[in-house]
Design a protein around this ligand. Sequence first.
Ligand SMILES: Cc1cc2nc3c(=O)[nH]c(=O)nc-3n(C[C@H](O)[C@H](O)[C@H](O)COP(=O)(O)OP(=O)(O)OC[C@H]3O[C@@H](n4cnc5c(N)ncnc54)[C@H](O)[C@@H]3O)c2cc1C
Length: 495
Amino acid sequence: MIYNSLWLKGIKVKPLESLNKDINTDVLIIGGGITGISTAFYLRKSKLDVTLVDSNLIGHGVTSKTTGKLTYLQELLYNKIESIHGFGIAKKYLESQKYAIDLVKSNILNYNIKCNFESNSSYVFTHQDKNIHHLKKLRSFLTDAYNNCKTTTNLPIKYPCKYAIKVDDTAVFHPVKYVLELKDICKKEGIHLYEKTKIISMDKISDGYIAKTKNHTIAAKKVILACHYPFFLNPGLFPFKTYLEKSYVASGIVPKNKMFNAISCKDSTHSIRYYSDNRDYIIYAGLSKSLGNNMDNEKNFKDLTWHVESNLTKDIKYEWFNYDIMTPDGLPIIGYYEDDNKNLLIGTGYNTWGMTNGTLAGRILSDLVQDKENKYANIFSPTRKLNIGKALNIVNFNLKTGTTYMLSKLKTNYSFYPDNVKVVTKDGVKYGIYTDENNKEHIVYNLCPHMKCNLVFNTVDKTWDCPCHGSRFDIDGKVIKGPSIYNISVKSNVN
Ligand SMILES: Cc1cc2nc3c(=O)[nH]c(=O)nc-3n(C[C@H](O)[C@H](O)[C@H](O)COP(=O)(O)OP(=O)(O)OC[C@H]3O[C@@H](n4cnc5c(N)ncnc54)[C@H](O)[C@@H]3O)c2cc1C
């Protein structure tokens, strides 16, 4: 079994060139996941000079670890949006998700993109009587808003289910193949693409921004933050309005693709889909919790394996984990970052539905930078007013991240650390020590440069991971995943 995403199986890309000079551009897109590459794709025929940079490889971020469903049946999200924003906005969100599925479909058809796209049915289900009333509320919303759903008491496979809602006009695909094909189209059609090019800071100037990499600058009239957790580049209040949810995913061989996808509602998440290339695979995602409460990878992978082997397949081939950004009102954050600044835009906060929302962000952001109308721009605006009375979640969100931060300060060694991992405090400073199989100690400062949370050792990947915002560092302190843009310092000893 491999601890890596199924979507990276067989994917070999030759890295594009890194930025090796100072440049000027009309639009700079920072990040080449589904958000950034879709934005570039929709700008490729504009008259604007467009540059996209990625700190790693395009399509290899969070997008490479999703379950790749293209569905508008998104757990109980409509119930939440309706209770906060009302029926009209919830209905518009539903329309936007269907529109996004159509956008992906038409890109695939127009460019003959080979990305294992399959139309199939989506289910949202529960195995507990106490949750059925939530699904009945959802059914009533879907009936009023779209007049299209069925109910059942079974899934197409043997899996605990008491009640389910089903729709038929949804799909699944291979997210990495799709993004890489869009990348090739963008490259051919004049978008400047740079990989291994990390933006480490941005300065606002009178007509745009100067974005800086370690050695070069990019002067851009407009900047689009498409880097998943973009708040390190322009924080504002956003880190306090979002939190990260972490989930674990497993994929294994099954005799036959059953052509449906499903997700449970309330309590713990159980998400299922199938995928076929030479073999048929089932993909399961679960164990979703806020990041800070989900740091014991070894135990979680064990639980994941147990659940998948007991219920779905004994032949597991891949396991991985992924994070996504959650917003308090259930709507994504897409549009102008600030009301009085048309030069900085953002697409993030997809509440684990980024295949549709990342595509939609591409459409909205590309329209906004061209001063075109987009009928969804208002409802997803980052500066939208929140009904704080109803969205008490904001307080909850901050409590979650605040508690994680405090716990990271108070806690030193975790019960799941093996003997060769420890954290020691010397003169008030915490150091993380990992001793390798040759008895060599790797000592790092146990503090995330991003927002100063203390780090937790990941015993599966042998990395130091931030429980607050998801940055990750190898045993020698090198940053391997943001938002931190800096390494952590290394020490030869703690004396
Ligand atoms: C377990 C799980 C399952 C999911 N399943 C689904 C699903 O079935 N359907 C669905 O719709 N959604 C799903 N999602 C959500 C979806 O995966 C994400 O919302 C989406 O992939 C986010 O895309 P992105 O482009 O915003 O981020 P990313 O794909 O992470 O792209 C951001 C890019 O920015 C780059 N970057 C970061 N910092 C910098 C910097 N400083 N300079 C330059 N580049 C930078 C990164 O290298 C990265 O390539 C799931 C999420 C989880 C956690």
